[in-house]
Write a protein that binds this ligand. Structure first.
Ligand code: DHE
Length: 494
């Protein structure tokens, strides 16, 4: 037998040995698909794009570990329509389903302008609703508190700290809700791409639309007319008319969008991409022409100086930030920032005659302070662990930073804004995650989340640090004050 023939037979032999495995794998995938069609598709959609239940695609499931997904299938999910399947599906079938939903679909899912339009729901016409609020409170000192535990939000009176109204939201909201400039409307984005418009004065969700399959965040223009939605899937930005949430334009981009923010002095939206070294700027006026700025690094996370002249961004993998002058599009500085700075959570304040920005780090227990006039790191301090969120207020002497990750997740540091040292460390409820602070309009009180399913929002007197009130809530995450957000207060997120 010639050598090529022998090699061919050997290959055939090896292939025959592999055959049963391949057949079993193909059977598995067929039966997994059948199981999916039989038990899951009516709620999660035939293409796994979501329906009454969330989308079941690898990108949408990236924060859920496979064993947890198996547990949800077997036991159901509290506070949702997801029933337990333990009596219907055995462990093998459950594992088949889990593996199936974590696999990329054979054909990449699409979500076209027509798909977006087909999901639009106008629950109430704006002119049918009163322009006067149906409750009494300082309309500028209201808070929206997002409760992730059972997918609700609470409207809170920022003077009395009494809840005014609690309402259902879409599943898994993420990112800060955005207010209209007058504070009457608040817009929410869910990880599954649903954008909801809630009329605070009338306590009603007035319009909804699904702008993407896997959404990062959204921004609302300074004049309140437009919303821009940043998506991971599809790879695009979607511009909406805020009145009805009708889509105006779909802007395809190269890869996933890291985030989009509004830049008020520039009258534009600014976005960066995770898979393309590019910043995009889109003005708030038709034809919404996109300007591209090339960068040296990928920008997973970014922040702006107060007048939106510069953007400081960093990649998740890198050990430095880069500063881009937005008008010229040129990189003007590199900032040494190892340990994954969470620049999106950055805040700034006046310190020794200049503006200083502070950022926690997601991989190291430290906070970095950067002089925004020369982009030098002027100080780094150690914390009890990596932090996620930072907040302050012009009237507060402290910048609050949580210790979101690790054994000290129950601690919160208060950094003295003039010494840049930790002045106090609070442990609001030992053993329970304490995170995310937001101030009242006048900065007199700070509201902090006990980020647990049986959690709470704790109201502190922001000077004496005395606990004033504790409101039980279901895994409260972010809290957003109307005045601070609509006035782009330097101590809060934008
Ligand atoms: Fe967030 C804001 C990105 C994981 C809770 N998060 C943001 C924003 C971005 C972002 C870009 C700013 C959007 C805005 O407000 O317009 N978040 C990311 C990630 O890349 C990351 C690390 C991974 C991911 O899976 O997306 C991530 N985020 C989380 C969580 O695991 C958190 C803790 C729980 C959750 O909701 O999923 C979480 N992110 C938040 C919150 C905000 C946020 C509460 C708004 C903060 C604010 O004060 O404005």
């Amino acid at each position: 037998m010639t050598l090529p023939n022998r090699l061919f037979l050997l290959a055939l032999f090896n292939f025959t040995l592999l055959l049963p495995a391949i057949t079993i794998a193909a059977d598995d995938s067929n039966s997994a698909k059948q199981l999916y069609t039989q038990y899951c598709s009516s709620c999660h959609g035939a293409q796994r794009l979501g329906g009454m239940g969330p989308a079941l695609l690898p990108g949408n499931l990236s924060r859920l570990r496979k064993p947890d997904a198996a547990r949800v299938i077997q036991s159901g999910r509290a506070a949702t329509q997801m029933p337990p399947f333990a009596h219907t599906l055995n462990n093998t079938q459950t594992d088949l389903l889990v593996n199936y939903i974590y696999e990329e679909p054979d054909t990449p899912p699409e979500w076209t302008l027509t798909d977006i339009q087909s999901t639009q729901q106008i629950h109430f016409q704006q002119d049918q609703l009163s322009s006067q609020p149906v409750f009494q409170a300082d309309l500028q000192n209201l808070f929206i508190v997002v409760e992730l535990g059972d997918h609700h939000a609470t409207l809170l009176d920022g003077d009395t700290f009494n809840p005014i109204h609690r309402f259902a939201t879409r599943f898994a909201l993420h990112g800060g809700p955005k207010y209209s400039p007058d504070g009457r409307y608040v817009y929410f984005a869910s990880r599954d791409g649903w954008i909801s418009k809630f009329d605070i004065y009338n306590l009603k969700t007035v319009a909804e639309i699904r702008a993407g399959i896997n959404t990062r965040n959204m921004a609302v223009s300074f004049d309140g007319r437009f919303a821009m939605v940043a998506n991971y899937l599809p790879h695009n930005l979607v511009l909406l008319d805020t009145e009805t949430l009708s889509p105006i334009k779909v802007i395809p981009v190269n890869g996933r969008v890291s985030a989009v923010y509004t830049a008020p002095p520039r009258n534009s939206f600014i976005a960066a991409l995770k898979d393309d070294k590019t910043i995009l700027e889109i003005p708030y006026r038709a034809p919404f022409q996109v300007r591209s700025i090339s960068t040296d690094e990928y920008l997973d996370d970014f922040f702006f100086d107060p007048d939106y002249q510069h953007l400081i961004g960093a990649s998740r993998e890198g050990d430095r930030g880069q500063v881009i002058h937005l008008d010229s599009g040129k990189a003007i500085a590199t900032v040494p920032l190892a340990g994954m700075p969470h620049l999106g959570s950055g805040i700034s304040w006046h310190y020794q005659g200049k503006t200083v920005m502070a950022t926690p780090h997601l991989k190291e227990g430290k906070v970095s302070f950067i002089d925004m006039s020369n982009w030098k790191v002027i100080k780094q301090i150690d914390t009890l662990g990596p932090g996620f969120f930072m907040r302050s207020h012009d009237n507060s002497p402290y910048a609050w930073v949580d210790v979101f990750f690790g054994p000290n997740k129950d601690a919160v540091h208060l950094i003295d804004k003039q010494t840049l040292e930790i002045a106090h460390t609070l442990k609001p409820e030992p053993g329970k995650t304490a995170a995310h602070v937001e101030f009242t309009k006048d900065g007199s009180h700070a509201l902090l989340s006990i980020w647990e399913d049986d959690g709470a929002v704790i109201v502190y007197d922001s000077r004496t640090l005395r606990e004033v009130k504790r409101l039980p809530m279901r895994k409260p995450s972010g809290k957003y004050n109307v005045y601070n957000k609509t006035h782009y207060s330097a101590g809060t997120s934008h």
